[in-house]
Design a protein around this ligand. Structure first.
Ligand code: ADP
Ligand code: MG
Length: 515
């Protein structure tokens, strides 16, 4: 369906066209008219199918430019997603001159206050920083007409629910409420519905949660060989842009080190890094300066980076919804992707629970041999030799060239060049990961539901708050995010990490805390 059939005004249609959208996606087609009619909507559709514009366009349509009040509020689980959503709404609303302000932790609050003072029609924010602004009286949400919880099931999950309840107190009771996500467990939906008025639940492609565009594989591994299996897979698959998930911050740091050691262009992102660093890494990844983004679940929700062709779950996620969101970082907007999930014997129940939720079988992938990995590396090296030959200026002293040509035959020279380009020694660089405590055994499985509430808030929005803000009793509240496991369970690190490793490497086993 064309956007022009959805009742949007010309300013927005022009912006949509500039954005390169031709047809509305199914979720957009279904939810835009309902939202414009003022209904409360739960919009559920697969990852990468345009949910941002699904709630963004009708909101932009409904904004009254002459009114300086904050008229819509979008709440996002991570800072990166808040930034991305702000950017998308800004672009789509530019012709209509809609002001969109992002507020999130780890960034200068005074600039955000300035932006708010200048009159923001739409605010996109993370819960913690929004609450800071509410407490400081630097945001007025009393005229909000539409409230969106993006990644709604995450926002209504235990780690965030209390924050959302505080935010709800700051917006009018009489308002429109929109929940959007690819996943919507029934128990969480029941919580959400309490904050809504006669919501319509629009669910696209209810049959399968994950997109058909992603080929899903799993690989069975034993813990000690996991890293070797990984780098062989990378040598064979040669991803253009990949996101790799590790269970803890420590894991992410170590994986990044190990990958660099074996010649891969990788960088890590997690909640212990400064926001400046997080933003920089993500920017480099979007530019293609970094090819492998190693991340905790902080990168699992909502991030839209075009060209991501592989997702690696180096550690299987604890809950099945998280899997859906992680692999949803590829196969977006019609592109094709591949995911590979590493599974130990003890984790087979988790695989089954994921398949139960996604209603799709993952295909087994046999670990590649050293020879296959080598062949992968060599073919890339051959291509780079081509590039060297084509692009290197011919400035060599002819006598030296003659000498070399006399000394070696063409085959020898070619082999040396290829070998150097392939950097084969790198492949076998000694590297050992610290032992990561495996996920607890599942007995009978409970459908992958989050048991016992051991998922606290995500990477704290407030961790790096720049002071003075509201702390309330939050400081005491334990944040039990799985992501934070890096602080513990490292007792056996020194033994395992150093065995036979060169000195350069042993330094890598210090837990980094970039605060
Ligand atoms: P979701 O929130 O469903 O995961 P996003 O809103 O992040 O998906 O959109 C995924 C990608 O699809 C983005 O790059 C977005 O610009 C693009 N997109 C959104 N709507 C359309 C459309 N109608 N046609 C083409 N591309 C679209
Ligand atoms: Mg989204």
């Amino acid at each position: 369906m064309k956007f022009s059939e959805l009742g949007l005004t010309q300013d927005l249609l022009t912006a949509i066209e500039k954005h390169g959208y031709v047809e509305a996606t199914p979720i957009q087609e279904k939810t835009i008219p309902l939202t414009m009619a003022g209904k409360d909507v739960i919009g559920q559709a697969q990852t990468g199918t345009g949910k941002t514009a699904a709630f963004g366009l009708p909101i932009l349509e409904m904004i009254d430019n002459d009114n300086k009040d904050v008229q819509a509020l979008v709440v996002s689980p991570t800072r990166e997603l808040a930034i991305q959503t702000q950017e998308e709404l800004f672009k789509l609303g530019r012709d209509k001159h809609v002001r969109v302000q992002a507020v999130f932790g780890g960034a200068d609050i005074r600039r955000q206050i300035n932006g708010l003072n200048h009159g923001a029609h739409i605010v996109v924010g993370t819960p913690g920083r929004l609450i800071d602004h509410i407490r400081r009286g630097t945001i007025n949400l009393s005229h909000v007409k539409t409230l969106v919880l993006d990644e709604a099931d995450e926002m209504l999950n235990m780690g965030f629910l209390e924050d959302i309840e505080s935010i709800l107190k700051a917006v009018p009771d009489e308002r429109q409420t929109l929940l959007f996500s690819a996943t919507m467990p029934a128990a969480i939906k029941r919580i959400g519905v309490q904050f809504m008025t006669n919501p319509e639940h629009i669910q696209i492609a209810a049959k399968e949660l994950t997109t058909d565009l992603v080929d899903q594989y799993y690989v069975r591994v034993r813990d000690f060989e996991k890293f070797d299996v990984l780098t062989r897979i990378l040598d064979v698959q040669q991803p253009q842009l990949a996101i790799m998930f590790g269970r803890t911050k420590r894991r992410v740091d170590e994986l990044t080190r190990g990958l660099e050691l074996r010649g891969f262009n990788a960088a890590g992102i997690h909640g212990d890094l400064t926001q400046q660093k997080r933003t920089q890494v993500l920017k480099q990844f979007k530019n293609g300066e970094i090819r492998i983004l190693v991340a905790t679940d902080v990168a699992a929700r909502g991030l839209d980076v075009s060209g991501v062709d592989y997702v690696y779950n180096f550690d299987i996620p604890q809950d099945s919804e998280s899997y859906v969101h992680r692999i949803g970082r590829t196969g977006r907007a019609g592109a094709h992707g591949t995911s590979v999930t590493f599974i130990s014997n003890a984790e087979m129940d988790y695989l089954k629970d994921i398949e139960k939720l996604t209603k799709k079988r993952m295909q087994p992938l046999k670990p590649y041999t050293h020879e296959e990995a080598l062949a992968g590396r060599m073919s890339v090296a051959a291509a780079s030799v081509d590039a060297i030959v084509k692009t290197t200026a011919n400035v060599a002293d002819s006598e030296l060239v003659d000498q070399l040509a006399e000394k070696y035959d063409a085959r020898e020279l070619a082999a040396a060049l290829l070998g150097s380009a392939a950097n084969v020694e790198e492949m076998d660089a000694e590297f050992k990961l610290s032992h990561e405590r495996p996920l607890p055994h599942k007995h009978g499985g409970n459908g992958g539901r989050r048991g016992g509430g051991n998922r606290g808030r995500r990477d704290g929005d407030r961790r790096h708050g720049n002071g003075g803000g509201y702390r309330g009793n939050r400081g005491q509240r334990e944040r039990r995010s799985y992501d934070r496991g890096s602080r513990t369970g490292s007792g056996d690190r020194s033994q395992r990490g150093h065995s036979g490793a060169p000195r350069r490497q042993s330094r890598n086993f210090v837990i980094k805390n970039n605060d």
